[in-house]
Ligand binder design. Sequence first.
Ligand code: FAD
Ligand code: NAI
Length: 475
Amino acid sequence: MAKNFDLIVIGAGPGGYIGAIRAAQLGFNVACIDEWKNGKGGPAPGGTCTNVGCIPSKALLQSSEHFEHAGHAFADHGIALKDLSIDVKKMLARKDKVVTQNNEGILYLFKKNKVSFFHGRGSFVKALDGGLGGYEIAVGDETLTAKQVLVATGSSARALPGTPFDEEMVLSNDGALRIGDVPKRLGLIGSGVIGLEMGSVWRRLGAEVTVLEALPTFLGAVDEQIAKEAHKAFTRQGLKIELGVKVGAVKSGKKGVSVEYSDAKGEAHRLDVDKLIVSIGRVPNTTGLNAEAVGLKLDERGAIVVDDDCRSNLPGVWAVGDVVRGPMLAHKAEEEGVAVAERMAGQHGHVDFNLVPWVIYTSPEIAWVGQTEQQLKAAGRAYKAGSFPFLANGRARALGDTTGMVKFLADAASDEILGVHIVGPMASELISEAVVAMAFKASAEDIARICHAHPSLSEATKEAALAVDKRTLNF
Ligand code: FAD
Ligand code: NAI
């Protein structure tokens, strides 16, 4: 006997579990299906983000940053340490505990919001009355039906053609978060977000890290000035980043991995490493869905085709997060999940992609929202720019972390903030002020006139806003 719901959500990552909770808050009877298993075979809701993404990567970034501070920054503060060492197994156990706490938190939230959770793979069986009567979804031995379905099945790491992940020597983000000992030499293919974050973790712990990147420019999507500053900082820290390479044959054995590649000049090289992380982007998860049974439309990448409101080609079927177009970010998935639940309830949920902040959790952190200087130039938009270095910020000096800057871009005539770009300490937290300001269509002058606490890193934001009008006070 099929169990009937108002809404079935497939996938309990940030898009799915948040969408399920919001729908339940709005009075829908909701089921959420997720297949992720923890080490004991039990449910582990939270998706990529919780299990092998945002949360565990930030746990390791934190541990490795403590280790780096203890080894390099403490002495300056008069703190002496002898025999500093890292217990990688303990570090990984802490990371696993953080993940489990998050998994359990989501199961608790499902109970609290009366969302029925089903552990297993969810797949379409058939459309009822051409979809107008809803859909039948199979999970294990059970059949569920609902008028509305929200697909939030996320994404998986893209492998190099001909080099599948074995998670021992050639690692995706999953294996990269489980390396049991610090490798002497670590290779990374792709200097995107994962490459830089994972490269930072293992470099701080002592690995010699080489990153091979196909594009000739470093972090092409980031504001050029910020990307240059970040590149300088990472190179100074010892991260070797080779741009404009063409990766050829990858050979993996018990003792290591060798990567043949040609550099930007076309000269042939070989990189020998103990482990190789491949972080060249991600592909949408749609293979297990049995999309063809109901005629759900996918694009050539396997992503579900949706309109601006996350509606698929089928009545009552929606899709959000990494499995659809747009940035692959947890908070983008969450916002879409909320917006879809609200649209189902006849409300007007809305996600503004221009106001989705990006953060790269390296040290220095990189964060931005809105347009880059190169995008404004390409669009022919008249703008003013102002920046302020952390070197001139009292709190940054006290922290001992003065790398980087805050940069504002504002419309030349109206002074409306068009983009804010930060490289430096706590950029991940500082960017929120810029997002709020832009959501309220603030001008650079609005930020410049607001009282910011002293001493704080946020004063650099105020000063960068003042710099738009060429009147910084501390620089
Ligand atoms: P997912 O989180 O991938 O969840 C999808 C879920 O659906 C999974 O649990 C999967 O098992 C399940 N599923 C798939 N198919 C089925 C099926 N047929 N039946 C049942 N269940 C199914 N983003 C940030 O914003 N900040 C970060 O700091 C950040 N760090 C990251 C670090 C790494 C190493 C990686 C890999 C990603 C990171 N991301 C980060 C990206 C972020 O993890 C994703 O954008 C986010 O998880 C997408 O959410 P989602 O709900 O769309 O999908
Ligand atoms: P990415 O898209 O960020 O970077 C991939 C990089 O690999 C690009 O620079 C690309 O030019 C390069 N590349 C592609 N093919 C290549 C090849 N054959 N040889 C060499 N280089 C090649 O993808 P990544 O790092 O895998 O991360 C996937 C996504 O996960 C990110 O785009 C982001 O959306 C999300 N993520 C977000 C984080 C955050 O918000 N802090 C952290 C980690 C991941």
